[in-house]
Design a protein around this ligand. Structure first.
Ligand code: ZN
Ligand code: FE
Ligand code: FE
Ligand code: ZN
Length: 265
């Protein structure tokens, strides 16, 4: 069975990943992946937090991807970016999108309010203080807004606020449905992200129920590792492929210069 590409991987420039892109490429070749994509966390124009490259380092990011391409001419290596959506960030994201010859841009929501990155363990106590219901509402509202900008080719880790195991009660489709509608309306895809299996929640992003609704709505998907270490490239793709097929998916996407094509799964 053909493996899908892995389009969500990081570099040491973000200060919490390890390994040069050429090491990620070596692992992709070893696994027999058809393509690899680098998608490090997007720089902001000025200093912002401690988990992304500085804007001044962006040329080095492009250079490292070129170095990996030079070392692995047999492997298509795509250039992407995991772009943080923040309210009002649209002009900066547009500027970023023309700053390089990107194959794709991943839209991501980590910040649900200024200074509050929902997946950062330093804010764990807020789940008790604010409650999962409100945190999920803040996150999914922004996630839908990010999709509706139409700036992204696909969206990262759809139900990220479950990372530490916190979920609101009741039927969670009330969070998923508006997002899936936005994906369908804008022609945006999303990913199964296997990094969730390596977090306390111990399951992929998104939940199977999300996958089934998205499949029924005809929203395309990708399967990605979110590797922050070369050893994580392609991690648990067997599980993700099985979940995608169970939900009715028969293909994934590939991207080149922001043009998509389907690939049988
Ligand atoms: Zn990261
Ligand atoms: Fe992320
Ligand atoms: Fe990531
Ligand atoms: Zn990510």
């Amino acid at each position: 069975m053909p493996l899908p590409p892995d389009y969500h991987t990081h570099t040491p420039l973000c200060r919490h990943a390890t390994g040069h892109p050429r090491e990620y490429a070596a692992r992709a070749v070893q696994l027999g992946l058809p393509e690899l994509g680098l998608s490090d966390h997007s720089p902001m124009r000025t200093a912002f937090d401690d988990w992304r490259m500085d804007w001044e380092q962006f040329p080095r990011y492009l250079e490292m991807v070129e170095e990996a391409r030079a070392d692995f001419p047999q492997l298509p290596i795509r250039l992407g970016l995991e772009v943080d959506y923040l309210t009002g960030a649209e002009p900066w994201i547009e500027e970023l999108s023309s700053a390089a010859d990107f194959d794709y841009l991943i839209g991501a929501v980590h910040y649900i309010a200024p200074g509050w990155d929902v997946d950062n363990p330093k804010h764990l106590s807020r789940y008790a203080a604010t409650g999962a219901e409100e945190i999920w509402r803040m996150y999914f509202d922004l996630y839908e807004k990010a999709i509706r900008t139409g700036l992204f080719d696909f969206m990262a880790h759809p139900d990220l606020p479950k990372k530490f195991g916190h979920r609101p009660g009741g039927d969670l489709r009330r969070f998923y449905e508006p997002v899936i509608q936005a994906l369908a309306d804008t022609g945006t895809a999303f990913e199964i992200n296997t990094a969730g299996l390596r977090k306390p929640v111990a399951e992929v992003y998104p939940a199977s129920e999300f996958l089934q609704l998205a499949s029924a709505a005809g929203v395309p998907l990708l399967i990605n590792s979110d590797a922050h270490d070369p050893a994580e490239v392609g991690a648990d793709f067997d599980k993700a492929i099985a979940l995608a097929r169970e939900a009715g998916y028969t293909e994934t996407l590939r991207f080149q210069k922001r043009q998509r094509s389907a690939r049988p799964l």
